[in-house]
Design a protein around this ligand. Structure first.
Ligand SMILES: NCc1[nH]cc(CCC(=O)O)c1CC(=O)O
Length: 312
């Protein structure tokens, strides 16, 4: 089966790494296959300095890539699953989820070893309401300061002395070779990750069944069922990475264990729910944990935020 596969990708270092990774894996799985990259700029990349993302909600990092797929300028789009909206445009779908990297949030600092080691009043950089809510619930004395930009930019801002510490996804740091900058990997009990964090997914045209077969060897079923449960929860709460929703699923034998959290951005209230179900019921599991959060009042917290979302 010889054909060319064109990968639509953003131009950030992390996006390019992920696209190159998929390219290498496709070429390895199918010797003779020709794979090329089609780098492009997304709206989220153009608006990196916006203080609050009243800039069009979901799909900030994927819409341009999807347009390229629909207009047949590319064949697949490689995404961080954390940034992929719950619904796809007509004619497109997710056909592969690759094995998950470390899903945790990472504590990065040039002076301190962990959140607990931060002196009172320290300045921590993150623009994720999810990270902020969990951080402030544990340490109400900390000052959260806005931090956006690509991974390299965020590290440079830390090094310039603007923050005592910053929180980033471990996966991005590891992929870009910055693992040594991680002072502490924050466990899920202290910072429940965003749905899909650490996983890379591949979107393509629903009709391109030849391509679906070529992608099959890259799919990691265990990661796929975990991310399916997490995305079902996010979808039921109408969430994305721009709201203080966290969720994280792991396998326990034949079962999936899903934990979910919705938090007040100031950390004054964290709602938690968790449940186990058979792997085949991943989607229903996500909906049920979301329902349990709604029953505790998650709807009111989220309603207050949807008007003024910020971006991770
Ligand atoms: N929203 C930006 C984004 N999207 C995916 C990652 C990290 C890599 C991953 O989760 O796979 C990041 C950066 C971060 O949150 O630190």
């Amino acid at each position: 089966m010889l054909r060319e596969i064109r990968i639509a990708t953003r131009k950030s270092a992390l996006a390019l790494w992920q696209a190159e990774h998929v390219k290498a894996r496709l070429e390895q799985a199918h010797p003779g296959l020709s794979v090329s990259l089609v780098p492009m700029v997304s709206r989220g990349d153009k608006l990196l300095d916006a203080p609050l993302a009243k800039i069009g909600g979901k799909g900030l990092f994927v819409k341009e890539l999807e347009t390229a797929l629909l207009e047949n300028e590319a064949d697949i789009a490689v995404h961080s699953m954390k940034d992929v909206p719950m619904d796809f445009p007509e004619g497109l779908g997710l056909f592969c989820i690759c094995e998950r990297e470390d899903p945790r949030d990472a504590f990065v600092s040039n002076h301190f070893e962990s959140i607990d080691a931060l002196p009172a009043g320290s300045v921590v950089g993150t623009s994720s309401l999810r990270r902020q809510a969990q951080l402030l619930a544990r340490r109400p004395d900390l000052k959260i300061q806005f931090l956006r930009g690509n991974v390299n930019t965020r590290l440079a801002k830390l090094d310039a002395g603007e923050y005592d510490a910053i929180i980033l996804a471990a996966a991005g740091l590891i992929r870009l070779g910055f693992e040594s900058r991680i002072r502490d990997s924050i466990g899920a009990e202290h910072s429940l990750p965003a749905g899909g964090q650490g996983a890379v997914g591949i979107e393509c045209r629903v009709a391109d069944s030849e391509l679906h077969a070529l992608l099959a060897p890259l799919n990691h079923p265990e990661t796929a069922s975990r991310v399916t449960a997490e995305r079902a929860l996010n979808k039921h709460l109408n969430g994305g990475c721009q709201v203080p929703i966290a969720c994280y699923a792991i396998h326990e034998g034949e079962q999936l264990w899903l934990r979910g959290l919705v938090g007040e951005p100031d950390g004054s209230r964290l709602l938690r729910a968790e449940q186990r179900a058979a792997v085949e019921d991943a989607e229903r599991l996500g909906i049920e944990v979301a329902e349990a959060l709604l029953a505790q009042g998650a709807g009111e917290i989220l309603k207050a935020i949807y008007g003024e979302a910020s971006v991770e």
